[in-house]
Design a binder for this molecule. Structure first.
Ligand code: 7TS
Length: 405
């Protein structure tokens, strides 16, 4: 069946909206995706028909809410092919998930241990590890990148050693779109006994990750980047690792027994789920996964690949436009600069034409420092974007170029 983008766009109420008097062209999917009616309805229905707290009441509504919430977890488990449902920890998002892991290692590291991250990381996969190093005396090491926006694998090989305890890298770079060779990295890291965390915040919208096949120890992502709501996300972890980590937050739900002398912790996944969770969010998350699977992740990837190819070719026709991130393995994200024009000025002029892009350092300042630029304009495409929208982007950039030169 041919990909019917026009029919799909009808599922997203916001896409028919006007912004600054112009038809919205939403190309900031890397920051957050738009939400289909099916997800909006699932969230509204929870509040209309099921609203109650989970895991605590014997009353009917509480049980129904618990069932719907746990169904969300089961859908996530199935989508990422995690072996057990209790290996899926429900969090507020990627940032929360990475912090759970970084904090969890607090009493497992010592002076001389090393944590290996990469030059392509989002700040949320840098700062928690720096904080862990400060607490434990471990050292942060960084796999360098090259000007194509790829990680230098020879350096990865030589940085990895028996002191490496954790390797934390993203599956896909949010600033450049590069898909990193994580299969190789996971296998090599395991040879030296390091645990591997993959930040999947930018990959899950494009690639369906298989936990059992990847064999990573942790995988993190946010619902809001895959058509789900904000404020909910996942920490996948292998059972053996999750059992070793100390809990991040203490409170209700994460305990087995509390006395003033001693508290014992609940089993997985609840040990990491203190307090009332984002119930509506998890139900919406499940609806988002259903929505994507009804279209098919392969069909989505194919559509986005076509847009990426077309947009790359058309953008490169603009004089002085330089694309940052030219790896052969990349998703539908294009980061660029136009001559010496400031990304912010281009973004503002595009916004006046109803075109939403992100400008700046994209929470990845080390990448910008490496490229010696203040930031980029980033157009990040989703399966609901069209070729016509790419043409409008190109027209908008040419207009900005004329106005600013
Ligand atoms: N890791 C990567 C690779 C990301 O792209 C992001 C968010 C995060 C972690 C953090 O996710 P959160 O849901 O906890 O905020 N990236 C972006 C972006 O590229 N533009 O806005 C947010």
């Amino acid at each position: 069946m041919r990909f019917n983008v026009e029919a799909i766009r009808k599922d997203f109420p916001i896409l028919s909206q006007k912004v600054n008097g112009k038809q919205l062209v939403y190309l900031d999917n890397g920051a957050t995706s738009q939400k289909p009616q099916q997800v909006i309805d699932a969230i509204a229905n929870y509040y209309k028909e099921l609203n109650a707290n989970v895991h605590r009441g014997v009353h009917t509504l509480s049980q129904l809410a618990t069932d719907a919430f746990e169904e969300g977890r089961a859908k996530i488990q199935q989508h990422i092919n995690a072996k057990e449902s209790y290996e899926v920890i429900l969090t507020s998002g990627t940032t929360h998930s990475i912090n759970i892991v970084a904090n969890g290692f607090s009493n497992m590291l010592k002076d001389g241990d090393e944590i290996l991250i990469s030059a392509l990381e989002h700040h949320s996969n840098i700062v928690p590890w720096q904080m862990l190093c400060e607490r434990t005396g471990a050292t942060l090491k960084v796999i360098p990148m090259n000007l194509e926006g790829e990680l230098v694998m020879d350096d990865f090989d030589s940085l990895l050693n028996s002191n490496t305890k954790i390797v934390a890298v993203n599956h896909v770079s949010n600033a450049l779109g590069t898909i990193n060779p994580i299969r190789y990295m996971i296998a090599e890291a395991h040879k030296v006994g390091a645990a591997v965390l993959i930040d999947g915040a930018q990959s899950v919208a494009h690639i369906k990750p298989d936990m059992q096949e990847l064999d990573c120890d942790f995988y993190t992502f946010s619902a809001h980047k895959i058509c789900g709501p904000t404020g909910t996300g996942v920490l996948y972890g292998k059972e053996e690792w999750l059992n070793k980590l100390i809990p991040f937050q203490g409170g209700g739900e994460m305990i087995k027994e509390v006395t003033f002398e001693k508290t014992t912790y609940a089993d997985l996944p609840y040990k990491f789920e203190a307090g009332t969770p984002n119930i509506a969010g998890v139900i919406g998350f499940g609806a988002a996964i259903d929505y994507l699977n009804a279209i098919g992740m392969n069909a989505i990837a194919q559509q986005e690949e076509e847009i990426l190819k077309y947009a790359t070719a058309e953008l490169l026709k603009i004089p002085e436009l330089k694309i940052w991130g030219t790896s052969k393995e990349k998703v539908s994200v294009i980061s660029f600069n136009v001559g010496n024009l400031h990304p912010y000025d281009i973004g503002t002029i595009l916004d006046n034409s109803g075109i939403a892009v992100r400008t700046g350092h994209h929470c990845a300042q080390p990448i910008m420092n490496f490229c010696e630029i203040p930031g980029t304009v980033r157009a990040s495409f989703s399966f609901y974007n069209t070729i016509e929208e790419v043409d409008l982007l190109v027209k908008g950039i040419v207009k900005a170029q004329k106005m600013l030169n």
